[in-house]
Design a protein. Structure first.
Length: 214
């Protein structure tokens, strides 16, 4: 969760954007966007100190020397999936509705079954949030499930790609509306020219390439 970690470091330390970007594996402009609150979604900060990925001593070294490069204490814990429903720690279960609402809003192409596997929830709960009949709907705020720790970015990306492929979203869409408008206008001009010719008025003549020259 590099973006969430970067958000915490921006809010809670005096580290430079370069230091934060290198530690989190982000582009400096991404860190700048997080600092300016111009990111697509407001991130919930993730404390790398509590996650034992960074020490306060290491942060203090970085704050004292802008050229210092932070060293990670250990890599993030890898999530190992097993067969069966996803287990969600009790402390995170209250975040599930927020994560479900985020997916429904940002990726409506993902099926309820796929959302259930990602978040570890039931179709009934998803349906209640989708049609806004959930008992706590007034307090549900869409939040990125990756930031909440309910799923991994890789699993979410895979689900989005699979759903998009099934929905045909990846296929290039040929927008023929402009060509249709041109043909309709040409037909109208032909009709006006023929009408003018029948009534003995001046003929209306337009060159197609000149008419639509941009």
């Amino acid at each position: 969760m590099p973006h969430a970690t970067a958000s915490w470091l921006v809010d809670n330390t005096a580290l430079s954007f370069d230091q934060i970007a290198e530690f989190c594996g982000l582009h400096i402009l991404e860190v700048q966007a997080i600092a300016d609150d111009t990111a697509a979604t407001k991130l919930t900060g993730r404390d790398p100190v509590r996650a034992h990925e960074l020490t306060m001593e290491e942060i203090e070294k970085g704050q004292a020397d802008p050229d210092y490069r932070l060293k990670m204490s250990k890599g993030p814990d890898q999530v190992r999936r097993t067969k069966g429903p996803r287990y969600t720690p009790v402390s995170k279960r209250q975040d599930k509705p927020d994560g479900i609402a985020w997916i429904i809003r940002n990726h409506p192409e993902i099926s309820d079954g796929a959302i259930g596997k990602l978040i570890g929830t039931t179709r009934t709960t998803i349906a209640a949030i989708r049609d806004r009949t959930h008992w706590n709907i007034a307090n549900i705020v869409p939040k990125d499930p990756v930031t909440l720790g309910l799923t991994s970015q890789r699993e979410l990306d895979a689900a989005v790609a699979k759903a998009a492929k099934a929905a045909g979203i990846e296929a290039p869409v040929v927008d023929a509306r402009l060509e249709g408008d041109r043909e309709a206008l040409l037909e109208q001009l032909r009709a006006e020219r023929e009408a003018a010719s029948r009534e003995g008025g001046p003929a209306v003549d337009y060159d197609r390439d000149t008419l639509f020259k941009s």
